[in-house]
Write a protein that binds this ligand. Structure first.
Ligand SMILES: C[S@@+](CC[C@H](N)C(=O)[O-])C[C@H]1O[C@@H](n2cnc3c(N)ncnc32)[C@H](O)[C@@H]1O
Length: 429
């Protein structure tokens, strides 16, 4: 399959409601290995930078975007992305895009597509609001993040910080492998001779950036999972020896489960509400030879009567991982935030009910939003007298990752990692 046609398929199916990563997983194998990078770059780039591209397109046509056929608008976005972000020479970007659009059946729209792309190629204007005079306008168009989210973030952090957060959310993330076991001294050199090169990622322990080779090749050669350091830091909140039995209440796809199992001298039960996703946990545990029992269960009513350690890595808005889920920002709104906060509250209560006395409940998200993080935890502590916060020690984590209250909060712009939050809670009575 032609890479531009593949990118277009990913955009079309995502527009119709599918998740971009799931469509990409299906479509990319149809593309020659050497072209897969380009297909993914165009598709994910168009999703991330949709608002920026739309503003550029608007500057080059009198027709309102709403009145452009959706298929043609997708081709306009991908052509504009190639011209303005990838700096593909204009004749190649325009001709190839129009050719693929014609092949895909957008015949009637190709004259218009050709004319607008040529205008974009020669347009030297700056169509974005001024960053100083209208920061919200600039960040929601050039920065390509939803306006409501930009406004929320500006209420909390400085312009400088929000701008850095937005830039971070628009950059493709590195692939990071996290070792779940110690390696003999020469192991990484041997793996490098075998085609997989990784580089340490200070200040994050056991995290390595993949420099050469594919993620699949890396996982075939190393006792590791693909995991951002911000997610690894959540597991680190439980220390090096985790008390069993362990219940991982929202476990799929299981990257944190493996970190738990490697540090637990006893049973780890991994649960998830999704039957399809729990299968992934089983597969990863089998690859690594770790003793993990899996069960399909709702975290609001856990499948274990009691546990010494419970991880509630709850479903959340994921505003800390927008760079990894290029379509996610456009699905979020205030209503989905409110629904998730309610579900998280119920999961926290359900999980708290099985923690044995002296045991630990680790609550975590990959969100930056206070309602899902510290406000959620404060509300839990004030309605649940048997629990107290077990404060993390700042010295155990990279600089600035522990809040004054003693929770983990990894800020993407400050730590060059995804965003994550975790509160360690202990059952005291
Ligand atoms: C943030 S992800 C977990 C990521 C996982 N802990 C890891 O590190 O690989 C949240 C998970 O919660 C699951 N989920 C959603 N609602 C749930 C519920 N009510 N009970 C249990 N799991 C749920 C989703 O299927 C999803 O797999």
């Amino acid at each position: 399959m032609n890479p531009r046609a593949a990118a277009h398929r990913i955009l079309a199916e995502t527009r119709q409601g599918s998740f971009a990563d799931q469509v990409a997983e299906r479509v990319l194998p149809l593309v020659a290995q050497r072209d897969r990078g380009l297909a993914l770059e165009i598709a994910y780039g168009c999703l991330r930078l949709r608002a920026r591209l739309d503003r550029r397109i608007e500057a080059c046509t009198d027709r309102p975007l709403k009145r452009i056929e959706a298929e043609v608008l997708d081709w306009l976005r991908s052509g504009t992305y190639e011209l303005t972000e990838l700096r593909t020479p204009s004749h190649a970007a325009v001709n190839e895009t129009v050719k693929q659009a014609r092949r895909a059946g957008s015949g009637a729209g190709t004259g218009f597509l050709n004319a607008v792309l040529r205008a974009v190629a020669s347009d030297e204007s700056d169509p974005f609001p001024d960053a100083r005079e209208d920061p919200v306008g600039h960040m929601s168009t050039h920065g390509s993040h939803p306006e409501w989210l930009v406004r929320r973030w500006l209420e909390r952090w400085s312009k400088h910080e929000v701008s850095a957060l937005i830039n971070h959310g628009n950059r493709p993330p590195p692939v990071v492998v996290r070792l779940i076991a110690d390696l003999p001294p020469d192991a990484l050199a041997a793996v490098a001779r075998d085609g997989v090169e990784v580089a340490a990622l200070p200040p994050w322990p056991r995290s390595y950036r993949l420099e050469r080779g594919t993620p699949v090749e890396a996982l075939e050669r190393l006792p590791a999972v693909i995991q951002d350091p911000a997610a690894s830091a959540v597991v680190d909140c439980l220390g090096d020896e985790i008390r069993a039995p362990v219940y991982d209440a929202c476990a799929a796809p299981g990257t944190k489960t493996m970190g738990l199992a490697a540090r637990t001298n006893g049973i780890v039960v991994a649960a998830d509400a999704s039957r399809r996703r729990i299968g992934r946990v089983r597969a990863v545990a089998a690859r690594l030879g770790l003793p993990v029992a899996t069960v399909v269960a709702d975290a609001r009513g856990p499948a274990l009567a009691s546990a010494a350690t419970v991880l509630a890595d709850v479903p959340c808005t994921g505003t800390g991982v927008l760079r990894r889920r290029p379509d996610a920002r456009w699905r979020l709104d205030r209503d989905s935030l409110a629904e998730l906060v309610e579900l998280q509250r119920e999961i926290l209560d359900g999980c708290a009910g099985i923690v044995e006395e002296g045991g630990t409940l680790l609550y975590s998200t990959c969100s930056l939003e206070s309602e899902e993080n510290e406000m959620q935890v404060e509300a839990f502590l004030s309605r649940t007298p048997g629990f107290a916060r077990d404060e993390l020690r700042p010295g155990d984590f990279p600089n600035g990752c522990v809040t004054p209250a003693g929770d983990l909060f990894v800020r993407p712009w400050a730590h060059d990692a995804d965003g994550s939050y975790a509160a360690r809670l202990r059952r005291v009575g």
